[in-house]
Design a protein around this ligand. Structure first.
Ligand code: NAP
Length: 248
């Protein structure tokens, strides 16, 4: 029988996979990664994998009890606000330690022309004044706000978007990371005037941001949604240390 502490990683990010690799390699905890199931062929993380929603905060709380979870790491994307809120409430209900692994937000560099906005709706309101050809690099998640605009959109996502697209648009299916050369070529090939992105963040600026700066393009940067408070780790190494503290 496996008596090791169980660590549930709420995944869907590169950091979640890196954390699973690190913790699994240590051998002293059993690692279970959970994915929402939005990507059809996800990269398999080290340790165990479960796929699909839990059924809200109550379902997650019940899952923690049923699987004797010792600690949860919420390593989901900074814009996955529902699961992060569910994790806070489920862990509180069952008194299970929760660590949120959250990458730092992006910071503008000299020459960047960023317009920070609080929502996709605010981004859509700003766009008509910034250009006609838009690279909407928000993934397949947040399109509804843009479908009413009479602008041309380049969309990029891993899976085909499941929601209605803006009437004038082209979809590129691709999985990052993308190099600076690729991003520069993409912006030039499609004669992009303005880039829209979410502040996904990370240790380095994304290549698309550097390419936009080089080409002098404005960027509409959508701020992260507010989340309920939780203990935070800013990188994988800090999350490993935090897990070790609670699992002994
Ligand atoms: P969300 O709005 O916060 O969550 C929607 C529902 O999906 C949740 O209520 C939960 O269902 C389920 N879910 C989400 N993440 C899960 C996970 N790791 N394991 C099990 N169930 C999960 O999330 P989202 O924005 O749709 O993102 C879905 C997944 O894609 C996340 O895991 C996230 O890390 C990843 N992702 C998101 C973005 C983005 O921009 N939002 C970008 C890259 C990757 P139940 O309530 O039934 O438990």
């Amino acid at each position: 029988m496996d008596v090791r502490p169980v660590v549930l990683i709420l995944g869907g990010t590169t950091e979640a996979r890196e954390l699973a690799t690190e913790l699994h390699a240590g051998g002293d905890v059993r690692v279970v990664t959970s994915l929402a199931g939005v990507v059809r062929a996800p990269a398999k993380p080290a340790g165990d994998l479960r796929i699909g929603g839990f059924g809200g905060p109550e379902g997650l709380a019940d899952w923690l009890v049923a699987h004797a979870v010792t600690a949860v790491v919420d390593a989901t994307h900074p814009f996955a606000a529902t699961i992060s809120a569910n994790a806070v409430s489920a862990c509180r209900r069952e008194d299970v330690p929760l660590i949120r692994l959250v990458r730092p937000g992006w910071v503008p560099d000299d020459g960047d022309r960023w317009h920070r906005v609080g929502s996709g709706q605010a981004a859509a309101a700003l766009l008509p004044g910034l250009g006609d050809r838009v690279f909407l690099s928000t993934g397949g998640y947040q399109l509804t706000e843009f479908t009413r605009l009479d602008l041309w959109f380049l969309l990029r996502s891993i899976e085909p978007p499941r929601m209605p697209l803006p009437p004038r648009s082209e979809v590129v299916l691709a999985r990052g990371p993308f190099s600076l050369d690729e991003e520069r070529a993409l912006l030039r090939r499609h004669r992009i005037d303005v880039l829209v992105t979410k502040d996904a963040g990370g240790p380095r600026p994304a290549a698309k941001l550097t390419a936009a700066r080089e080409l002098g393009l404005p960027v509409v940067m959508i701020d992260r949604p507010a989340l309920p408070a939780a203990a935070e780790a800013g990188d994988v190494a800090s999350a490993v240390r935090a897990v070790r503290e609670v699992t002994g």
